[in-house]
Design a protein around this ligand. Structure first.
Ligand code: TRP
Length: 439
């Protein structure tokens, strides 16, 4: 049994909805994941692939999720069941993906919290190049911060849609954006900055492999928060008509702009200070202290930056947790509080092996990946795109894109209908099959 529409909570305004969706999209995916994925993917080539995918498949799926949520006004499982009674499982995949992404995300959120505290309590000079790798190898502290991050997320989600999610998103996102701009200017004027900008923007096509396509696709899904029903859930709380194509376009542009700025902030620093390009998930945590050390009042700016980064991470993590909570609440009639607590405790246990995979369990590899990398790979590169394909097929082939009534004009329905029915599922399928070596 699903909740009736009358009882459903809602956003207070269109602006609140926009800020909350932007808050979900803009997060660690842009400021932390995008730079190291770009570094691994060969710089400019990765950027071109990313831009191509985000403004086609990414935009289409974002619109699709929003349209579906606004139309059905149900959580992902309920919405899919309405299309076809056998399709509930497609929504449930999303719930399972949340159980991988939430602990993973909280670990990185915890790292951010730790840096924030360090910047508050210690002079900058002490943060040396190996500081970060030593920190994440510690068995206890990273998990302590992970727990802290989860508790804060849980606290906001318990407070509910209006008082929690919407209120915080409205103020913090603009502030983060301004500060990011200042940091870009500083890092672009470091010695040797141009080398970094060149790496970031100049495509070297010899670096393209099938893996580049897959990681770019995974990054699109992760960064836009699509593929597991986040925006089905968020749009289900709408009770007024919103211009969805416009909203989706704003979100994609904003999200891409923030990722782009993050690249402009990180890469000049990498080249200016000789930070190893292949440092993977640690890249941003090594470069940022270096930028701050090159700035007057760097530690104050560092504190401010990590506060805002924590908030950007929180507006995203609450959107991750909310998907699971909406499902437990609607379909199993657990109270909001009970859903949040049960689910978070479960996810914390899953976070333990992921966090320990940097230290104690670092020798333990599956497919040559640590638990942490494996969780990210399976969730972002495999399950989210798979969720995307299934969404496209159910709406494109079963429900009919135009029945979502997103567009009044014919052209929009024809263009996006075609994208959803043919282009997106086929393209994602090719990329997935290629990556596992089947074609
Ligand atoms: N998009 C967010 C970021 O860039 C992370 C995120 C929030 C997410 N909700 C999601 C990722 C749902 C995948 C699925 O940081």
């Amino acid at each position: 049994m699903e909740n009736s529409n009358q009882k459903r909570v809602s956003w207070t305004s269109k602006f609140g909805f926009l800020m909350a969706t932007a808050g979900s999209a803009v997060g660690l995916g842009n400021l932390w994941r995008f730079p190291f994925m770009t570094a691994n993917g060969g710089g400019g080539v990765f950027l071109i692939l990313y831009l191509t995918l985000v403004f086609t498949i990414g935009l289409g799926l974002l619109l699709l999720e929003m349209g579906l949520g606004a139309k059905m006004r149900l959580n992902p499982v309920g919405a899919m069941r309405k299309i076809n009674s056998h399709f509930g499982f497609i929504g449930s995949i999303g719930i399972w993906v949340v159980t991988i992404i939430f602990p993973f995300y909280s670990i990185v959120g915890g790292w951010i919290f730790h840096y924030f505290l360090i910047f508050c309590t210690q002079p900058l000079i002490k943060i040396h190049q190996d500081y970060f790798s030593q920190f994440i190898q510690n068995p206890y502290w990273p998990l302590f911060y992970t727990l802290l991050f989860m508790i804060l997320t849980a606290f906001i989600v318990i407070k509910g849609v209006k008082n929690g999610i919407e209120k915080y998103s409205k103020i913090m996102m603009p502030a983060l954006f301004m500060l990011l701009l200042c940091l870009v200017v500083r890092s672009a004027t470091l010695p040797n900055a141009f080398e970094g900008i060149k790496f970031f923007l100049w495509p070297d096509f010899s670096k393209v492999t099938t893996n580049t396509f897959l990681t770019a696709l995974g990054q699109v899904f992760f960064s836009l928060s699509i593929g597991m029903g986040t925006f089905i859930t968020y749009a289900s709380y709408l009770n007024e008509k919103v211009n969805l194509p416009k909203t989706a376009m704003i979100i994609v542009s904003l999200d891409t702009l923030v990722a782009f700025l993050a690249g402009l902030m990180i890469f000049p620093t990498v080249f200016s200070f000789n930070v190893p390009l292949n440092s993977g998930p640690t890249l941003v945590f090594i470069t940022l202290p270096k930028i701050f050390s090159a700035i007057p009042f760097g530690s104050c700016i560092g504190i401010l930056f990590f506060i805002l980064l924590s908030l950007a991470a929180l507006t995203s993590s609450i959107s991750i947790l909310e998907v699971a909570v909406a499902y437990l609440n609607d379909n199993h009639h657990f109270s909001r509080k009970k859903s949040v607590i049960l689910f978070s405790v479960f996810c914390f246990f899953l976070a333990i092996p992921m966090s320990l995979s940097f230290g104690l369990l670092s020798g333990f590899k599956i497919f040559d990946k640590s638990f942490f990398d494996l969780a990210d790979f399976i969730a972002s590169n495999i399950l989210l795109p798979l969720g995307g394909i299934l969404l496209c097929i159910s709406v494109g082939w079963f429900y009919g894109f135009k029945n979502l009534e997103i567009f009044q004009n014919k052209a929009g329905n024809i263009f996006f209908g075609f994208l959803i029915k043919f282009i997106a599922p086929i393209a994602i399928c090719i990329i997935l099959l290629q990556a596992v070596g089947l074609i």
